[in-house]
Write a protein that binds this ligand. Structure first.
Ligand code: GCU
Length: 627
């Protein structure tokens, strides 16, 4: 293993110290710490008893993978007894008088990927621990390394290989990995994963949120074999404000960090050559005349990222996105974002979406509605969504679940926010379809919130200066048909994003077309990141003009009124109705109209289009963008 600085982290992601394998002066250590921390290093597989998971290598699908999807044996553990019974050790009776009060053998199994709530009736509302087990055979050559990669596990994951704890990960919507080169044996190996989806007061999200808490190993699991030294990460996108100059980097990991590095784009006759430094970092800088990506022309190029010991082939698009005054410019031209909010759920399966086919259903609906963008609420969705959206010419709003009630001043919470943001940016930074990083939704104003989000915004901008950064606010106030929009944070963001539910949670105080918007922060693009109201498809339970009937006509009128208002808002650059499809949320408890579903979808849980769908489709059809 290369002589690299190892930052030892404890479970909560707090840095515990700095172990250096060379006697270097402290100043060098700090420099290494900064460089390596910025590029999301890998913690080598060390003897540390409980290291935090490594940030995942980029572009897993292009690597030498052994997929571990399929049936995993499980032990359902509602009281947490598996912790003190140490089920990961899989003890077996030795003497005639021995007996063991747990076993994976003879028990149920669950599909991975997939939430556990939708797979067994007794798990429908389960919030607790489920132990997963998978065995695999692997013969690893001595000049190779092996990593265990998880697309996501909701919410806490403890990962064991052959009875030994590899480490832990917190957060239900971002990838992570462990190096298991030295943890596996020739022949059969066993992985045990302790998954716990209990909501935490100091979690991200916290205790309360308006979506279903699907627990489990909700995304793909892969073994990734690499060379001793390999390409662990890279960033290849247009420089901010440029339509022809690429500025990025390639990061190597392993014992040969000084290598020749090459980026090739055959269609453009680009063959950029450089060398990595003794940190394994190579700067990338080249120019070309690109056929720029846009919703009209979702052009992707085959890119070959190569060093002497590794080659990664990837499809990457090039486009520029910027906020200029109160406009959003895509490739230098003003664009109106015709958005829609989507939760990561296939309503017809009543389950967490995780596959390419789920992504195709959701994004095809969005396309049919006339959208050019999706807000993936309120957390990073699976990578199939991001990659398919890019191919379909749909821009993406990528968000971390810093949602409503967050304990910003509790120990470790800002570290968790920081790590979750880094894991989201690390995974999606090469996806040109992603144009907005959103760092929170509807948090309550407070000094601790402001400090946390201002710091996080700065760090996000430092990691990726090429995209727009925002947080969604909803503390606007509405008086005498004037909507006063303000928040201490707005000046830190590239765009002003707000949720407003005029016509549903907030009755109109006058004609929608007479409303005045009073923006405290002027000269920035304004996005309505949520609006809408509920309707039960086909509801005929009462007067159509009363909210309590959950009628489609009531929802339809909300959309008509909102569209009438949009025309009065200067600097409006985009709207994102809440939301594409009805989705499960246990707090929505009316037994007739909701029955555990949030009914603000434009599509019902059976895929039926409500009347409001057609209002929005017509509005989007009337807006012409020139890409
Ligand atoms: C909020 C929130 C959503 C929620 C929606 C609603 O604005 O951002 O997550 O589901 O309102 O009340 O339906």
């Amino acid at each position: 293993m290369n002589q690299e600085v190892r930052i030892m982290v404890n479970y909560k992601g707090k840095k515990r110290g700095l172990e250096n394998t060379r006697n270097e002066p402290m100043k060098n250590k700090i420099i290494k710490l900064f460089v390596i921390w910025e590029i999301l290093i890998y913690t080598s597989n060390s003897s540390l008893d409980s290291i935090y998971a490594q940030s995942a290598m980029t572009n897993v699908s292009a690597r030498h993978c052994t997929n571990l999807n399929g049936k995993w044996q499980v032990i359902i553990d509602p009281t947490g007894a598996g912790d003190w019974r140490q089920v990961w050790q899989e003890k077996k009776p030795e003497k005639k008088t021995d007996f063991i009060e747990y076993s994976f053998e003879g028990g149920p199994s669950l599909n991975v990927p997939g939430d556990f709530n939708s797979q067994m009736t007794e798990l429908k509302y389960f919030e607790g621990t489920v132990w997963y087990k998978k065995t695999f055979n692997y013969n690893l050559n001595k000049d190779k390394r092996l990593f265990l990669h998880f697309g996501a596990v909701n919410y806490l994951a403890n990962v064991y290989v052959n009875g030994n704890l590899l480490g832990k990960h917190e957060g239900g919507f971002t990838p992570f990995q462990f190096e298991i080169t030295n943890a596996i044996q020739k022949g059969e190996n066993t992985i045990v994963v302790r998954v716990n989806n209990q909501r935490l007061k100091d979690g991200i999200p916290g205790l309360g949120y308006d979506w279903f808490n699907y627990g489990g190993m909700t995304r793909d699991v892969n073994l990734i074999e690499t060379d001793n030294s390999f390409i662990s990460d890279y960033f290849i996108q247009l420089k901010k404000h440029s339509s022809n100059e690429v500025k990025g980097w390639v990061k190597l990991n392993g014992n040969r960090l000084l290598q020749d590095v090459e980026i090739r784009i055959p269609e453009l006759n680009i063959d950029f050559k450089t060398k990595s430094n003794n940190e394994g970092l190579a700067e990338v800088k080249f120019s070309s005349r690109f056929d720029l990506w846009s919703p009209q022309n979702p052009r992707l190029y085959k890119i070959i990222v190569q060093c002497e010991t590794d080659t990664i082939i990837e499809e990457i698009g090039f486009r520029s996105i910027e906020a200029k005054g109160s406009k959003i410019l895509l490739n230098g031209k003003p664009v109106f974002l015709k958005g829609i909010n989507i939760h990561e759920e296939n309503p017809m399966r009543e389950a967490r979406a995780f596959s390419e086919s789920d992504a195709l259903i959701l994004l095809t609906w969005a396309k049919e509605l006339g959208c050019n963008m999706v807000r993936l609420a309120h957390y990073p969705h699976n990578e199939y969504m991001i990659r398919l959206a890019e191919k379909m010419g749909i821009m993406v709003w990528d968000e971390i679940p810093v949602y409503q009630q967050i304990e910003f001043s509790a120990p470790g919470v800002t570290d968790k926010m920081d790590l979750m943001m880094r894991e989201m940016v690390s995974r999606d930074k090469n996806r040109c379809g992603v144009i907005i990083w959103s760092l929170s939704n509807e948090t309550n104003p407070s000094p601790s919130r402001d400090n946390a989000l201002i710091n996080l915004t700065d760090k996000c901008r430092h990691l990726d200066s090429t995209r727009l950064i925002t947080s969604v606010i909803n503390d606007e106030n509405y008086k005498n048909n004037v909507l006063n929009v303000w928040d201490t944070l707005y000046r830190h963001f590239d765009i002003i994003s707000l949720n407003e539910y005029l016509g549903w949670y907030v009755p109109w105080q006058g004609r929608p077309s007479d409303i005045k918007w009073n923006l405290a922060v002027k000269g920035k693009p304004v996005i309505i990141s949520e609006f809408g109201g509920e309707a039960l498809y086909g509801s005929n339970y009462g007067p159509k003009d009363e909210a309590a009937s959950w009628s489609e006509e009531y929802q339809e009128q909300i959309y008509k009124d909102q569209v009438a208002m949009f025309g009065t808002i200067t600097d409006l650059c985009g709207v994102f109705p809440w939301l594409l499809a009805d989705y499960r949320s246990p707090g929505r408890m009316h037994p007739v109209f909701q029955n555990g579903w949030n009914r603000k979808g434009l599509i019902s849980d059976r895929g039926e289009k409500k009347k409001a769908w057609y209002i929005l489709k017509s509005y989007y059809g009337s807006i012409k963008n020139t890409y």
